[in-house]
Design a protein around this ligand. Sequence first.
Ligand SMILES: [Mn+2]
Length: 403
Amino acid sequence: MKVTFIHAADLHLGTPFKGLGEVSPWLRKRLIWANFEAFRRLASLAREADMLLLAGDLLETGLPHLRARLELVRAFEALAGEGTRVFLVAGNHDPYSFWRTISLPAGVYLFSPQGETVEVILGGSRVSISGISHGGKGVRENLVFRMAPAEGDLRLALLHAYLQGQEGHDPYAPCSLGDLVSRDFNYWALGHVHGVQVVMEDPWVVYPGNLQGRHPGEEGQKGCYRVVWDGGDFGVEFCPLSPVVWTTRTLSPEGVEDSEGLVDLLEALKEEVRWRGGTLLRVILEGPSPLHSVGDEGWNQLEEMLNEAEDREDFVWITLEDRLLPPLDLEELVRQEEFIAQLVREAGVLKGMVKEVSLEGELGLLWRRRDVTRWLGELGEEVGTELVDEALRKALVFMLGER
Ligand SMILES: [Mn+2]
């Protein structure tokens, strides 16, 4: 008696990459391909399993992204042919109303916004899957208590929801860990939060994260969980699927006097992170350095040079972020010059203030416009303080750079 299932979520098929600036046509194609490739790897893993559970946000948007739809339906058809059952719920990106325009093959079950429980017999065990879909885009109600009851030997729950305490995600279908534990399920197959997380082990509460990072905030290997239940115990294993990973490194180029020295350092760093897949490497340059005066144009040239020969499978595409300071003793300056001291103090006060306000609130209606926010990325709590730090740095470079 053994049941194997794959749990994935937030495929966001048809999503763009953000935070890269200009890339070569070759890389552009590669990045469009990456998310679909991750999905194909998922589907091929699922062929070996009894079931595939998909916890919402499979598609980036309800707008007809034809390729995304086609890839999805084809994969489902192939899985149905192999005898792998597919269960899915709709999330906030691809609510139920949208799914009704797609004809799903037999063997694929889409849960409704009313919620129901489906029972299957696998290896002689009664396995139930309870799920509920987001009916529309902005579901703010707790869906946990609207889910149909758990039944059988193995009781799985499929839900796209914001679990309280998870940062950086919209509070759609909010619920608490206590809510989940109060229901009689063995495994909560969740979606929505993009970080990979086993929140709890008894019952299992799991976010598999998305399949392919789409911006610098979604670092490292992404993938799905493969779960084996032997009638009592669970084996829960993370399976990496991303063909491309985002990596951020912070570098203080102390002792490096010129751009030639910096290039040597960055080339070594590139080789250090290179693996058989692709890497989008973001390098934050910080600390005091004579290179603070390189300027935007100079950094662009440097990036171009470093990325020139990277049209290859195991590419490392570098973007540089300049946070360098003039090589002066800032503490000494603060002691000696009242104006500098005041500037640094004011920045500190401002940082305290921006922590208190919600940037999304301040942006008001603008923030609710998708055609605006699609260019902005996510506004985490740290964005405000980062902006102040950057303003202070720019002011110091401007005032002290010539000394
Ligand atoms: Mn979501």
